[in-house]
Structures are given as structure tokens and as C-alpha cells.
Ligand binder design. Sequence first.
Ligand code: HEM
Length: 414
Amino acid sequence: MANAIKIEDFGDITYNPFESDELNFGNTLDPYPLIAQWRSEASVLEGDYRTKMGLVSAFYPPERKVFTVVGTSEILETLTDMDRFSNEGYKFNIGRTFGEGSISTMDNPEHGRWRKIFQKIFLPQNVKPWGEAIVDPIIKDLMDKFIPRGQADLIEEFTILYPFAIIYKQLNLPTEDIRTFQRLAIGQTDYMNADKAIEAGRKQGEYFAQLVEERRRNPGDDLVSLLANTEVDGDYLPDLVLVSFLRQLMNAAGDTTYRGTSILLTSLLNNPDQFDAIRTDHSLIPAAIEEALRWDGPVMVQMRMAKKDVVLGGVEIPAGSLLDVVAGAANRDPMIFPDPDKFDIFRERKPHFSFSRGPHICVGQHLARVEMTRALLAVMEKLPNLRFDADRPRPEIRGAMMRVPRHLYVRFGD
Ligand code: HEM
């Protein structure tokens, strides 16, 4: 009985997980000059990224050594060499809230075994049809609510809502509970209020464990049913892995794309000539999306752990040390991207680092691109003469760990 399962909100319903963003991910306006300075000193620095950025460092056990990796070839080495670098570092944060079965915390062969099952769902050919069928109607519903006003906060009323609504629909969760689920999904990464993050993970975990059972009995055409009934070597996917993946999906699918779309729209409004060029020629959309992701990617840092004693960038790193791998440093490396601080959709295209690299590269990258494309198309089609609202503050992209503008006040129409 679908109705027998009910999601439970935080015990403290006054708690607002969105307000913890600054505490968890920082409020730095421009972290890039500092990162460039580090890179000019060394490729690998002793100490953790959060502390260097002036944030409270709460993730790591104090006895572990931590290093910050900012050189591009060292970043690539760390993200791709699974013999020397492990994803176990994520057990200290993600693993505690998404669950021990999160693929982000795993190494091969375990990682590859489960990842290939999840990855299949999000292959380009599988997510492309979601654009018209799923993404567009959700965007239309949200925009219809503010279009008559001729003004909006595109963050609060659009970008923070649409990617979550898409994954929510694909999992076929109860419409009336969407806000509770989004609060729990975001709360899962409130590591500075660890009790809340753990509560959020536990509540979603209990819910999804029951839902998986239910959809094995009564399968539908949603993703939970598909995964719950997927067999591997004659057995179902282990609940630990499946439930962790669903918890991770709720967060990863909603949070990062909201940030990416918000940064894309802010960058284009700040560069009206480039925005006009895209309006005239829609074939520039993919270049605009990749450039926004490169110029200010939502996720600045990945975590890894040294499996053995290693030398990286000339620095000796003892086994068990944790590494903060700064993807945002590689994205602004002048040796790869000339004049790297400039947002330029016409620059020579080279692969960026915003979806990471190596075996853990983002599973949802193709979906994110479909979503950002549909969002940009809708903005251009439905919000003519789009401009910053002159009576409200301009957006500021902020954060040291994760980046996003908090508001994007616009006017459109006459
Ligand atoms: C612009 C949007 C997005 C950005 C910038 C982004 C970024 C990232 C990054 C940097 C990683 C790798 C972390 C690492 O190497 O340790 C990652 C992994 C992951 N992402 Fe995304 N992501 C986005 C959208 C999505 C979406 C829409 C989904 C949902 C389908 C998703 C699901 C995942 C999952 C499940 C992983 C773990 C992969 C693994 O460990 O094998 N992401 N993402």
C-alpha cells in the first residue's frame, strides 16, 4: 500500500537546511586569486582546503594529515590513479549521511560493479528524451507562476526548484511531500549541523528501504521500480547500495544543477553580448553551458585518500592522508585556459574539471546538460527582454566549497 509509507520531516520543523549553505560551503565572493597564489607556490600544499579558505574544518579525523592539490597534472593524477588514491575519504562526510553503500565512497572493483548499473539510466541517449517529456513541463509550470508579474527571483522561484522536481517525478514520489523531501535532501549535506545531516539521511534511508520493498511487489515505470527490480548475478541490487544511491540522487540531482543553472544565467546576464549571440544562434548553447561550468563550476573540491605512501608534485604524502583536490584550480589554470578568469563562450573548447575526472566522474552529467539546455531555452523563449532588476541587488556568486548566487532578481517583458 503506497499510502502506508510516509516521509517524516525534521523533528525540529523550524530548522531550515538552506540557511546552512554559507556555514557549510562558505561565503567567499572570489576564491580564485587565493587559489592562483597557492598554485604559484606549489602544486600540492600541506593543510586542508577549508581551513585555508577560512572555513571551519570539521570533516576529517584530527590525526590524519591533509593536503590540498592545486596543480592540474597532480589533480588529474589523484582523480584517475585508483591504485594510489582511494575514495574512502568520503566516508567521513557523504558516507555518514548518504549511507555506507554510496558509490562515492567505494573503490574498484566494488565501485565499477554498481556504478555501471546506475550509469546506464543516465546515458545521453536515455536522458535526452527526458528534455521534452519531463523537463519542459516542469519548467513551464514553474515559470507560469511568475511570468504574469514581469519580475522574479530566478533562484527562489525557478533554479532551486526545477532539477529537484525532475528527479522527484522520475522516482514517482508523492507530490504533496516534495518540500519535505527537498528539505531532507539538502539537509543531508549540512555537515556543520551533523545531527541534522544524520537525521535527514536516516529518515530518507528508512523511507526508501520500505519503498524499494513496495515497488518490488508493485512495480511501476519509475526509476525506483527499475532499480529495485534490477538483478545482478541472479540477485537484486543490495539494499545498502540501492538505498544509498537513492539518498545520494535526491541531493546530487537537485543541488548541483540548481547551482550550475544559476551560475550560467548570472554569467550570461553579466555578459549581454554573449547572451545575444546565443539568442541569435542556439547552436552556441552547449558552448555556453560548458564555459559556465568551467568558469565557475558548482563543486570546487573532490576528496581522496592516499592508499599508500606516495610522492605527489614532489611532496611526500603518507598512506592514509586525505587530499582536497581542487577542481576549481584546474578550471582556471592559465596554461590550459588562457585568460582563465574571463567568461568567454567563444574560447577554444577543452574539457573542464567540473564533473570531476576518472572513474567517479559525475553519473548525472548528461542529465545536467539536458536540464541546463532546456532551462536556458525556456528563459530565452518565455522571458523576453530579460535584464537585472535595477531596484534589487545584483547577484553575487559565492562559496568556497560549493558556488552559487543566493538571488537572481530579474525583470522581463516591457
Ligand atoms: C551541474 C550539475 C552537476 C555537477 C557540477 C556535478 C558534479 C559532480 C562531481 C564533481 C562529481 C564527482 C565527485 C568525485 O570525483 O569525487 C559528481 C559525482 C556524482 N554525481 Fe554529479 N554533478 C551534477 C549533476 C548531477 C546529477 C543531475 C546527478 C543525478 C543523476 C548527479 C549524480 C552524481 C552521482 C551519483 C555521483 C557519484 C559518482 C561516482 O562516485 O561514481 N550529478 N558530480
